[in-house]
Design a protein around this ligand. Structure first.
Ligand code: 5GP
Length: 190
């Protein structure tokens, strides 16, 4: 997606050889025009997949998911990273190790919002080692729902997540794939 690549080149900040900061348009301040285009791109790639729900993780996955949902005409459900102590038996939960925060969060979704006849599109901002997506996939499986695929805004192709998910037969659609962040420079894969 050309507009996204331009934005990454112009406003992304390379923090290290493995971390790209995109607070200027995705993770802190949100560019709504770009987010709308991101939603349209995901919706167009998955429009034949029979998606009934878009599933993501709070907080950075919510904006792209809502724009995608709007295009597909289905709801977004976001997993919470902190669960309330009540109604624990009414939640699907999974453990997710966070690449950026280096801590494990238990993520949860109310059983009210995911059913076995749901066809789920998982969306997230970044794909690094695949832990967030695998946690969401586990929740989809607990609900007995099916996974249509995964939409990622920025995949870091030099980390293992994409390979792990595709080897499991999961359809992964990434709007920008980075081949390297070395020497403070963003390089895209073609
Ligand atoms: P994974 O679970 O695939 O290892 O990592 C993906 C999650 O970690 C995403 O939900 C995202 O929040 C965060 N993340 C991973 N790498 C980066 C990065 O380079 N920049 C930012 N801003 N977030 C990242």
């Amino acid at each position: 997606m050309e507009a996204l690549k331009q934005k990454i080149q112009n406003e992304g900040k390379v923090l290290s050889e493995t971390v790209l900061k995109v607070d200027a348009f995705i993770n802190h301040q949100i560019d709504p025009t770009l987010m709308q285009q991101i939603g349209e791109a995901f919706a167009s790639r998955f429009k034949e997949a029979g998606v009934t729900k878009v599933l993501t993780l709070e907080s950075s996955g919510i904006a792209p998911s809502v724009f995608t949902s709007l295009q597909l005409g289905v709801p977004t459900v976001f997993a919470r990273k902190r669960k309330s102590l009540t109604l624990i038996d009414q939640l699907y939960t999974a453990n997710v190790y966070s690449f950026t925060k280096q801590e494990t969060n238990e993520i949860s979704i109310s059983k009210d919002y995911l059913q076995e006849d749901d066809v789920v599109l998982v969306i997230d901002d970044f794909l690094a080692n695949g832990q967030a997506v695998l946690g969401l996939k586990e929740i989809v499986e607990q609900a007995g729902a099916s996974l249509a695929g995964v939409g990622i805004i920025i995949e870091k192709g030099f980390q293992d997540g994409g390979k792990i998910l595709r080897e499991q037969g999961i359809r992964v659609e990434s709007l920008a794939i980075l081949s390297s962040l070395q020497n403070g420079t963003v390089t895209f894969s073609e």
